[in-house]
Design a binder for this molecule. Sequence first.
Ligand code: AMP
Length: 279
Amino acid sequence: MEVFDSSLSLVKCLSNKPRPLGMVPTMGALHPGHFSLIEKAMEENQTVLISIFINPTQFNDQNDFENYPFQIDSDLEKIKKYGNKTFVYVPKAFDIYGDRVQSKSFDLNGLDVMMEGEKRAGHFQGVATVVSYFLEIFRPNHAYFGEKDFQQLRIIDHITQSMGLKTKIIGCPIVRESDGLAMSSRNSLLTSEERKLAVKLFEGLQFAKSHAKKVPYRALKEMVAAWFDNYDDLALDYFQITDPKTLKEISFDEPLTKGRGFIAAHLGKIRLIDNLDMS
Ligand code: AMP
């Protein structure tokens, strides 16, 4: 494993490493969800690049940015076991943005107007800025993203195609704790009481799935909202079912035939998201 903080020296180093090159962008505080991406990249590539960068432009909430867990030493220790075909990029913001830490402006084809895009202004422009930087400068053959951030995965797929980048975007299934909670770096910020309640996001999605084919979607949304009303310390931000390709919400008047359920909720200061195939 070799660690770089400069993209230029990393590009130079990678230029004589065997391809295919697989890239796994992360914000660190690595957990088994991240390792599932890294392990898939290890299987499918001769060289693997992992980035650890808490990208300031994708945070709409300064508090969330400042409190985001940063544990670079233990992350690097965990990556070591993947051996010498692994390279780690741990830049400072200057290496990517220079003096202007600002998002570029992308046409995201309407994929950013709902859910996380609606609730977190500018979030996906920030994600698109940093990911397009990675893909343009390192030119990986494959890049791995989790379905945990399903809307992000769709948006990255879109910008890769619209920018004519050659990288193949590979989506990977959500890794969950034994009770079903989707693994997330933010889970480590939960109190033990909040941690117990956090599983309700997944249970709410399963509750929705078990009723989705029986009642019109309009009624289902009300049932899910009422179900969450049982938990005072958990504030539902949104629940919706969308077409997994367009991310447009499904018809209100019909029971579901196919779709993906998305959920976001606040537990104290922490906001969590999850999603589940409803078909
Ligand atoms: P993050 O460090 O949260 O930005 O995540 C880096 C990558 O890991 C993203 O592509 C995430 O979707 C993915 N990821 C995070 N948590 C999980 C999980 N529980 N299962 C699968 N992928 C995940």
